[in-house]
Design a protein around this ligand. Structure first.
Ligand SMILES: Nc1ncnc2c1ncn2[C@@H]1O[C@H](COP(=O)(O)OP(=O)(O)OP(=O)(O)O)[C@@H](O)[C@H]1O
Ligand SMILES: [Mg+2]
Length: 205
């Protein structure tokens, strides 16, 4: 059994997903390569594993957050969070087959906003999952994620220019997105990475 398996105890969420799926199958919700399900407090985007889709996801996320009255800074920060998570999903996920879609959900709660990306992975991603786990734990070790961000910047500045993995995405999510990161791997090899941002951090309440 994979060391990353973690039981999803949030049963309510699964029920919501089933409800959403009926709508996803409805062609009237289909917009180009993205299926969109809008609920009062959430938006769910089912996206093909294609780099060109990232900008569309960014646009849809921004619009959703803006229509919920969030200030521009918050909209930009959370759009960055969405963008970094989906980039990672495409980069490290099992997206060899175009049918292997990614799901992006943004949910506005009473005091938090959750951005969640779900994508299939295969055994070739396990080293990356170990790294993901390590980095998330490392970020959590800092009381102030800004310190983690600075430490990471120092490391990155020592790396050669041709290195593709700058390793800044997750610390940006923690620091600029004011988010707590988490992940689990479902039994069906679906990876779920989430970033939960505290709204109080944004509004200073
Ligand atoms: N969705 C994911 N699936 C598997 N591994 C992941 C995932 N997201 C991140 N990782 C692992 O965590 C590492 C750090 O991710 P992070 O987004 O911080 O940096 P990066 O993707 O390497 O570079 P950047 O985001 O700055 O372009 C990745 O290099 C990868 O090993
Ligand atoms: Mg990244």
């Amino acid at each position: 059994m994979s060391p990353f398996l973690k039981k999803d105890l949030r049963g309510g969420k699964d029920r919501r997903a089933d409800k959403d799926r009926r709508k996803v199958d409805d062609p009237k919700y289909r917009v180009s390569e993205i299926d969109i399900v809008r609920e009062q407090r959430s938006i769910k985007l089912v996206v093909k594993p294609n780099w060109d889709e990232i900008q569309k996801v960014r646009n849809e996320s921004s619009e959703f957050l803006r229509t919920h009255g969030l200030p521009d800074d918050t909209v930009h920060a959370l759009t960055m969070v969405t963008s970094e998570l989906i980039e990672n999903g495409i980069k490290y996920g099992n997206v060899k087959s175009p049918e292997n879609e990614l799901t992006v959900t943004i949910y506005i709660g009473e005091t938090t906003i959750t951005v969640e990306v779900v994508n299939p992975v295969d055994e070739t991603a396990y080293n990356h999952l170990r790294r993901l786990d390590k980095i998330i734990q490392w970020i959590r070790g800092y009381q102030d994620p800004f310190q983690a961000y600075i430490e990471r910047l120092k490391e990155v500045s020592k790396k050669p220019l041709y290195d593709e993995e700058s390793g800044l995405g997750l610390v940006r999510i923690a620091y600029e997105g004011k988010a707590i990161l988490d992940f689990f791997l479902g039994e069906d090899n679906m990876l779920n990475v989430s970033a939960v941002s505290n709204l109080e951090g944004y509004f200073g309440r």
